[in-house]
Design a protein around this ligand. Structure first.
Ligand code: ATP
Ligand code: MG
Length: 506
């Protein structure tokens, strides 16, 4: 047994001696005896006992309870009361000093030993507990992650300095407050309030993690992007006694992410630029070669050139020039719309007349190679739109239908106006080669061409331009297609784009 050092405080000298001798018998070391409270405190300071046996009635002004309170609080030495008074009043007063034992006289030597051993054990446990608590407090206070704890009603019971810094709340003001006052979250993208993770944990009794792009609104209104997790504190396996929220500042990480995204975007833009330049120069080379060859042939044959041949060569040159002109126009158009300078000048248009004229124009150029059909629901078809952009849109769709359909096929343009909904639907349909399902989602990307058109000439720019024109009208475009069956492009535009689209200058 470890030899425990005991101070005996007892006003009756004989009783004190008896107790001291009993203690010696039990193998304890008696560091001294005292008969008044003042002497007891002085001896406790001087002899440094590990435990004090304290009578309640003492000599002098200070009784045993007052002396015990001082010894316990100031010197942190555990005290056992040894007294003849077991009444409720005395017990209640003694309890306030948090004694480690209470023995009512007369007692046996065994009672004394048991009381001292139990008191020492309790004291050691208390010291361990305090040490653990201090360690935990140091850890939480020095950690860079913010920690808030609540009870089972969501009332704040703990905040570490990092959480004070992030939320802008002082611990003194925050303790005892509803957590949702201090820990307010919003979705950075939608700006919508997020359910407080503490409420969610209390309901689900499970660990909860925050989604991406969540910000904490600090006390001064400042928004801090954070990551967090909230865990239940379990008293028993089935009872949540509180919640611990751990969260951290994501500002720097978010900044890095944004920089990375900007860099990736710039790289993508550069990649597209290079692709654009190489594709455009490549597309110019073909017609240029045609022109060069035709001129060489004309020169070579000189005066021997027949009229028929001259006509053929001139036709080739004209067609090549036309191809280059078209490409040039598309590129210029793309450039303008890319820079946000697409001119949008709505004027009143009779859509029925516009569509009929367009179909007639195509029939004339095509000269019977395809059959063109125009249908409409004969509704009131007056609309405010940009005629030039509308011509681009439908013209490009009809050109595609012609290009990707075999000769003799039917190409139809259908016009449906719905004045109640204020919308107009254009549908361009062909029974051509169709578009493989895998390519359909990428048709509106610059230079993208489906896998089944390798042998047909094109740059993959037409639909990009169509889409930009549709967007300038605040409209939508969609496609349905089946390989070998045909394709339908549908454009839905507001009838009165004048008021729904932003004005842009050329
Ligand atoms: P251009 O820039 O000269 O118009 P393009 O016709 O190849 O070249 P887009 O008009 O943008 O380019 O069309 C993109 C792709 O969509 C085409 O290459 C083709 O694969 C597919 N496509 C478009 N319209 C049709 C259609 N009516 N039938 C089948 N495929 C089509
Ligand atoms: Mg095209």
């Amino acid at each position: 047994m470890v030899q425990v050092r005991v101070l005996v405080v007892e006003d009756e000298v004989i009783v004190a001696r008896t107790i001291a001798s009993q203690l010696n018998q039990l193998g304890y070391i008696v560091t001294g005896t005292a008969s008044s409270g003042k002497v007891a405190i002085a001896k406790a300071l001087e002899t440094k006992p590990e435990i004090v046996l304290m009578d309640i009635i003492l000599k002098g002004d200070m009784d045993g309870i007052a002396a015990a309170s001082y010894i316990r609080e100031q010197l942190e030495i555990p005290v056992i009361f040894l007294t003849a008074y077991g009444d409720v009043n005395t017990l209640e007063r003694a309890k306030l000093t948090q004694p480690f034992g209470y023995i009512v006289k007369p007692f046996t030597i065994k009672d004394l030993q048991i009381a001292i051993e139990i008191a020492m054990l309790k004291y050691r446990l208390e010291c361990e507990l305090r040490e653990n608590r201090d360690q935990l407090a140091t850890l939480l206070n020095s950690m860079s992650d913010a920690v808030i704890a609540t009870d089972e009603r969501g009332i704040v019971t703990f905040m570490n300095p990092a959480s004070e810094a992030l939320t802008g709340w002082d611990k003194e003001d925050a303790l005892g407050t509803e957590v949702s006052k201090i820990f307010n979250l919003v979705d950075e993208v939608t700006d919508a309030r997020i359910e407080n993770p503490v409420t969610k944990v209390l309901r689900e009794q499970n660990v909860v993690y925050l989604g991406d792009y969540i910000s904490l609104i600090a006390k001064d209104g400042r928004r801090v992007p954070i990551g967090d997790s909230a865990s239940p504190l379990m008293r028993r396996p089935d009872r949540v006694s509180g919640v611990v929220v751990v969260f951290w500042d994501m500002s720097e990480r978010r900044q890095t992410e944004l920089l990375k995204q900007a860099l990736e975007k710039e790289q993508e833009v550069n990649r597209l630029k290079s692709l654009f330049i190489s594709t455009v120069s490549h597309e110019f080379r073909n017609p240029l070669t045609v022109i060069q060859t035709a001129i060489e042939l004309i020169e070579l044959q000189g005066n021997n050139l027949s009229d028929a041949k001259r006509k053929t060569y001139v036709k080739r040159i004209q067609s090549a020039v036309q191809t280059m002109k078209n490409l040039m126009e598309d590129v210029l158009f793309m450039g303008r719309s890319e820079a946000g300078k697409l001119a949008f000048n709505p004027t009143p248009i009779n859509l029925d007349v516009f569509c009929r004229d367009l179909i007639e124009e195509f029939s004339l150029v095509e000269n019977g190679l395809h059959e063109f059909v125009f249908t409409s629901n004969n509704e009131f078809t007056e609309a405010w739109m940009d005629e030039r952009l509308l011509h681009y849109m439908l013209g490009n769709l009809l050109s595609n239908a012609v290009k990707y359909s075999p000769e003799g096929g039917t190409i139809s343009l259908d016009l449906r106006c719905n004045s109640v909904e204020g919308k107009v639907t254009f549908r361009v349909q062909d029974s051509g080669i169709g578009i493989p399902a895998a390519d359909q989602s990428r048709l509106f990307e610059s230079f993208y061409r489906a896998s089944n058109v390798k042998l047909i000439q094109g740059n993959g720019l037409g639909l990009v331009i169509v889409k930009r024109c549709v967007e300038a009208h605040n409209g939508e475009i969609s496609v349905t297609s089946e390989v070998g069956v045909g394709t339908i492009f549908t454009i839905i535009l507001p009838l009165n784009t004048e008021f729904s689209s932003p004005e842009t200058d050329e």
